[in-house]
Ligand binder design. Structure first.
Ligand SMILES: NC(=O)c1ccc[n+]([C@@H]2O[C@H](COP(=O)([O-])OP(=O)(O)OC[C@H]3O[C@@H](n4cnc5c(N)ncnc54)[C@H](OP(=O)(O)O)[C@@H]3O)[C@@H](O)[C@H]2O)c1
Length: 225
């Protein structure tokens, strides 16, 4: 970032707190992350998941927010119910929820709830994390051809138009340019509706009890060392 010569305010930096087991460790982890980044502030700090003592983690984020080293705080992998619960029992409402969203996993209920509360929905894995059948899907391919855009651009544009922030990742400069060139076309209401039909509403691994049990057991062990 420094080598790019960009002004600090032209870069948006997000960091994330992994699941923790008490408030003191959370503050320590957040401050450790800020020290490692070696910048005056981060724009957004997220709580990775609603696991462990997530209330303590959220209170720690609220404390760090007051120091000004963090400009805003949000959550990740919280479903709508978990966000509602966190909001009712805490002082600061998350500004954003980063969740897995792509055309086959649209999270319609979560997105509608977050938007109704003024919380920004953000899509991780917006391109299906490299899922090959995304790029060959006939509906998406048809829309891409129609607009002389790529499937990736149509998919990113669809989310932006429904009020979802996208954070596609790529290791290729040309794909980065491609993924940014999504503000010069608009999908019609009918085209948005056609993509809406692709939702498979899968059960997310992130909410799978076995996965959560294993993950939580792992971080309790790590933090107990
Ligand atoms: N909060 C969480 O729990 C969580 C979980 C997972 C990920 N994330 C975050 O979400 C962000 C993105 O998610 P992700 O990387 O998992 O998935 P993603 O952005 O949906 O997909 C990335 C994959 O798509 C490829 N790709 C990117 N642009 C493309 C294009 N225009 N055409 C064809 N292929 C393209 C990339 O390949 P190349 O690199 O080869 O171009 C890479 O394999 C990351 O910043 C990640 O840190 C958050």
């Amino acid at each position: 970032m420094r080598q790019s010569g960009l002004a600090r305010e032209d870069v948006f930096v997000t960091s994330k707190l992994s699941s923790i087991i008490n408030e003191g460790q959370a503050v320590q982890a957040i401050e450790g992350s800020l020290d490692k980044l070696d910048i005056d502030y981060v724009d957004l700090f997220l709580l990775h998941a609603p696991w462990g003592d997530s209330y303590a983690a959220w209170r720690a984020l609220e404390r760090v927010l007051e120091t000004g080293r963090v400009k805003a705080i949000g959550v990740s992998n919280f479903n709508a119910g978990a966000v509602a619960d966190l909001t009712v029992f805490n002082r600061v409402t998350p500004v954003l929820d980063q969740i897995e969203i792509d055309p086959f996993n649209q999270k319609k209920t979560d997105v509608a709830y977050l938007r109704s509360q003024g919380i920004v929905p953000e899509a991780w894995g917006p391109l299906g994390q490299g899922r090959a059948d995304l790029y060959t899907n006939p509906v998406l391919k048809g829309l891409a051809d129609q607009h002389q855009k790529t499937v990736a651009q149509v998919v990113l544009r669809w989310n932006i138009q429904r009020g979802v922030v996208v954070i596609p990742k790529t290791t290729h400069r040309e794909r980065m340019a491609e993924n940014l060139a999504v503000f010069d076309f608009t999908l019609t209401k009918e085209e948005m509706a056609a993509i809406s039909q692709l939702d498979e509403a899968p059960a997310d691994f992130i909410y799978d009890p076995d996965y959560i049990q294993q993950t939580v057991a792992g971080f309790v062990k790590n933090w107990s060392k």
